[in-house]
Design a protein around this ligand. Structure first.
Ligand code: PMP
Length: 404
């Protein structure tokens, strides 16, 4: 059992009031809050070792480089990558996906197929559409059912020799569905397709093992796991990263530059052009240490208890419908109340100090599937409590009364 009082004390923002009410922060799917240790680590970096990395021979540059590379090593261990050079720092999930989609332009031709799922965030749709427009390849979509689960039989049927890459999220941001990615990776490999997993919503809840999964790429953002914004990771198998062309050209990604020809640096530097978010990269390691100090078993136990409790309490409300009722689900409850626009509920409960996300959650195809403009999404983290859920349920009841 987690000592929630102690954990909550790690997050200064959680003891704030918003609109005169104690903050209830249930927008963890959008971004997590940051513990003091992460906030302090950013200041410490700038106060003590700020310098550019991989460049100077001077002491500060070496200290900053060592800290940055140490963080890469921590992340390598955390996701169980075979090699540190398979772990690329990015600015977030969006950057990681675009990097891979951009590179795949070199491999695709008309007639080839890219398989995405009906449950994707726009970040894992649009870059692939752009790739298909550029190359003449075709985008195919793995459909979903009413519970918000992918229809795996249809996935099996869509796979063929034409499939060059399958790109799917580990966990859906809009509904919380956990996708059967181990099965999907295995099946995709049987037809010779590469697989990218969008782990943005998974890493806050579990520790991915990229070698056990055998995925070719796994991407996530630092800001959803207690780390700073503008940080992220693209894991790629060494053989794939060696094959992919660089995404951006510039300093630090080269071996040699002449006006006639440039040769590229070895991994991971080939994909890390320019001065990166050095403080962010270092502090992402601090955030991962913090999450591991809480422990992912404890995190899951607390979050699943919150999910069960919130589901039960919300369903007490007449006319409330939950979207996303998959058997395998994480701590996200996406709901609507019949006849009321989600924005109206969101606006009223914000006045009561409650932060939820309302709208399409950057997943318009899912909203179109259910034929709704959006949902109210409460997404819970390990530092949330059942008492906060009670506050939300009472607030939603009040909003419903005011709006009906
Ligand atoms: N994929 C999923 C499943 C997400 O939830 C998000 C963030 N909401 C993203 C991609 C994009 O992440 P970022 O904005 O941090 O690049």
């Amino acid at each position: 059992m987690l000592d929630l009082q102690k954990i909550r004390a790690d997050f200064p923002i959680l003891s704030q009031t918003v609109n005169g009410k104690p903050l209830v922060y249930f927008d963890n799917g959008a971004t997590s809050q940051k513990p003091q240790i992460v906030i302090d680590a950013i200041a410490t970096y700038y106060q003590e070792i700020n310098a550019n990395i991989h460049r100077g021979v001077h002491t500060l540059s070496r200290l900053a480089t060592d800290a940055y590379e140490e963080s890469r090593g921590k992340i390598q261990n955390h996701i169980n990558a075979k090699l540190a050079c398979e772990v690329l720092f990015t600015s977030g999930t969006t950057h990681g996906i675009n990097l891979v989609a951009h590179g795949f332009a070199s491999f695709l031709k008309p007639g080839d197929e890219v398989l995405v799922s009906a449950l994707e965030h726009h970040s894992n749709i649009v870059p692939w559409q752009m790739l298909c427009e550029k190359t003449g390849a075709t985008l195919r979509v793995i459909p979903m059912n009413e519970n918000g689960e992918l229809i795996i039989d249809e996935f099996d049927k869509l796979l063929s020799e034409k499939t060059k890459i399958v790109t799917v999220n580990h966990i859906s941001n809009a509904l919380g569905t956990i996708n059967p990615i181990a099965y999907m990776i295995d099946k995709a490999h049987q037809v010779g397709a590469a697989v990218l997993i969008d782990g943005a919503q998974a890493v806050p809840h579990l520790k991915p093992d990229v070698q056990a999964l055998d995925c070719d790429f796994y991407v996530f953002s630092g800001h959803k796991i207690c780390g700073p914004t503008g940080t992220g990771i693209l894991y790629g198998k060494e053989e794939w990263l060696n094959k992919l062309p660089p995404y951006q050209g510039g300093g630090e990604m080269i071996k040699e530059v002449t006006f006639e020809k440039t040769t590229y640096a070895d991994l991971p530097h080939k994909f890390e052009a320019g001065t990166p978010n050095i403080a962010g990269g270092i502090v992402l390691g601090t955030a991962i240490d913090y999450m591991n100090s809480i422990g992912f078993d404890n995190i899951q136990e607390q979050e699943l208890a919150l999910l069960d409790y919130a589901t039960k309490r919300l369903l007490e409300i007449d006319g409330l419908k939950i979207f996303g009722t998959a058997k395998a689900k994480t701590s996200v409850v996406s709901f609507n109340i019949e006849g009321i626009h989600p924005y109206d509920i969101g606006t009223i409960i914000d006045k009561l100090g409650i932060a939820v996300r309302t709208g399409h959650h950057c997943a318009q195809p899912i909203m179109n599937f259910f034929n709704i403009p959006g949902t109210i999404r409460a997404s819970f983290a390990f530092y949330n409590t059942k008492e906060e859920i009670d506050v939300m349920v009472e607030a939603v009841k009040k909003a419903k009364m005011m709006l009906s």
